[in-house]
Design a protein around this ligand. Structure first.
Ligand code: ZN
Length: 96
């Protein structure tokens, strides 16, 4: 069921789950009982399961608050990594 959002003039916004297309234009606030108008929000249709949406969301989040790293990753800071273990590669010419 979709989630509909309402705005009370005195309290905070609140959400109500109703069947599709059966949300009234106004509801009474559960906090104070005043008539609250329905807010129109962006539909959130199956975006949470999309890997592309997850990437966009994490990118937007890291733009404002970069993720803090406590330690460098494994193998970092120990000089150039030994890429190959094949002994024949030792005979290959090396850059100066
Ligand atoms: Zn209220």
């Amino acid at each position: 069921m979709p989630l509909y959002s309402y705005r009370c003039p005195d309290c905070a916004d609140f959400d109500v789950q109703r069947p599709m297309g059966q949300a009234p234009d106004s509801l009474t606030c559960p906090g104070c009982g005043k008539v609250s108008a329905r807010r129109f929000t962006v539909p959130n249709l199956s975006r949470a399961s999309s890997s592309a949406y997850r990437l966009i969301e994490s990118t937007q989040r890291s733009a404002a608050e970069p993720a803090v790293v406590r330690s460098p990753g494994a193998g970092a800071g120990s000089g150039p990594a030994n890429i190959t273990t094949n002994p024949l590669h030792r005979k290959l010419p090396r850059p100066d």
